[in-house]
Design a protein around this ligand. Structure first.
Ligand code: ZN
Length: 134
């Protein structure tokens, strides 16, 4: 059952992505909301790459330059949701696998702090890659 839920989450994010490309708003956000619901219902954690794709505040599917703004600032990647204004910060410091100093200045709730710790790992891979921000 859990595996099925994971597949549904993947399918929903795939739908959200294609929908977001076709139209500015609407269905993509709904797919995100559904995917999050499925994940919660079956207690499935969304993959880190999926968690990068949407806003936690309003479930908007993030399209760079359209629904989210990404800025790099003193070792942090700051992403601002253009729909609800929620800000997310992730460290992009690379080279160290030591535990980063959490929580950040954003002082997120516990649940978010935990998943933020997971995000930091994925961000290290990204940092070494080409800058697709902006
Ligand atoms: Zn938002």
């Amino acid at each position: 059952m859990i595996r099925v839920a994971g597949e549904r989450v993947s399918a929903l994010f795939a739908l959200a992505e294609s929908e977001a490309r076709r139209r500015p708003t609407g269905l993509a956000d709904r797919y995100v909301r559904l995917a999050r619901k499925v994940g919660m219902r079956y207690n499935v954690r969304l993959l880190p790459e999926y968690r990068e794709l949407y806003c936690r505040g309003c479930s908007a599917y993030w399209v760079e330059g359209r629904t989210v703004r990404t800025r790099l600032r003193s070792g942090h990647r700051v992403r601002t949701c253009l729909v609800c204004g929620r800000v997310r910060r992730a460290s992009i410091a690379s080279g160290s696998t030591a535990a980063p100093d959490l929580p950040t200045s954003a002082d997120p709730p516990i649940a978010e702090a935990v998943s933020a710790a997971v995000e930091l790992d994925s961000d290290e891979d990204e940092a070494s890659g080409a800058g697709e921000e902006e």
